[in-house]
Design a protein around this ligand. Structure first.
Ligand code: ARG
Length: 259
């Protein structure tokens, strides 16, 4: 290629590469500290952990994330994305940590670095009264669950299920269950209990057997060690100094930390 043309092209591709790298690099603890703002990613459709009430982002994990920022002397900026995008966005540096009820799983541990869990919960089978409420009863049935969740491999390992259908969020699965498009729904117990109460379905739709027990945790990008350690230290402080207990009591009337 003609040198006169080649140079501008080289410069252009170098610039493009730089901007891609800048977006792709998660921020270090030092960079977060000097910016004064901690960016946290969440979904905002998983009540009462992270959800919108009108335009206000709320929930146990929102209060906890705000408290984590406060312990580190940082403002918190929330970034909301579909659940299925969150771990990819985390590793692309779109936010510094994710707080969206992820279960710690060996597969995810290869992709991100988890903090110690901020709560433990069961994933339950949910069905209309008279519907399938045990693993055995799921034989021949269609089950709805959220895309990208740890429930999917668990459901796939239960023999006899006719179909595991994925939905963008739990609200759409509840609607599918009510309309009879799926026979059962699986999600974390506290979320189901909250959503059934909110929609007046308690007693009409029932919470059945657990399919798994999870340790639910926040995470940082893989290898972001200094930030991981700073946030883990901050979480340990909140668990110890009564802040965690207060936030948990506000949302659940009890302390939901892992026993
Ligand atoms: N605990 C489940 C998982 O780890 C579901 C989490 C869903 N979280 C959410 N914000 N919708 O896959």
């Amino acid at each position: 290629m003609n040198r006169v043309i080649a140079l501008p092209i080289k410069l252009l591709s170098a610039t493009l590469l730089l901007s891609v790298t800048a977006l792709a690099a998660p921020r270090t603890l030092e960079q977060v500290k000097s910016s004064g703002t901690l960016k946290l990613g969440t979904e905002a459709a998983f009540p009462p952990f992270n959800f919108y009430e009108g335009k206000v982002l709320k929930g146990f994990e929102v209060d906890l994330g705000d408290a984590l920022g406060q312990s580190l002397g940082l403002k918190v900026e929330w970034v909301v994305q579909p659940f299925d995008n969150l771990l990819i966005s985390l590793n692309q540096g779109r936010f510094d940590a994710v707080v969206a009820s992820h279960a710690i799983t060996p597969t995810r541990q290869k992709a991100v670095d988890f903090l110690p869990p901020h709560y433990c919960s069961a994933v339950n089978i949910v069905a209309k009264a008279g519907g399938p409420l045990t693993q055995k009863a799921l034989a021949g049935k269609a089950v709805g669950t959220q895309v990208g969740t740890a429930q999917i491999p668990v459901l796939n390992a239960i023999p006899g299920i006719k179909e595991v259908r994925t939905y963008p969020n739990d609200q759409s699965i509840l609607a599918a269950l009510q309309a009879g498009r799926v026979d059962a729904w699986t999600s974390n117990g506290p979320v189901v209990a909250y959503m059934l109460k909110q929609t007046g379905q308690t007693g009409k739709i029932l919470i059945g057997e657990a399919i798994s027990n999870e340790r639910n945790a926040a995470a940082v990008a893989l290898g972001n060690t200094a930030l991981h350690d700073a946030l883990s230290g901050a979480l340990a402080g909140l668990l110890k100094n009564g802040t965690y207990a207060k936030i948990s009591d506000k949302w659940f009337g009890q302390d939901i930390r892992c026993k």
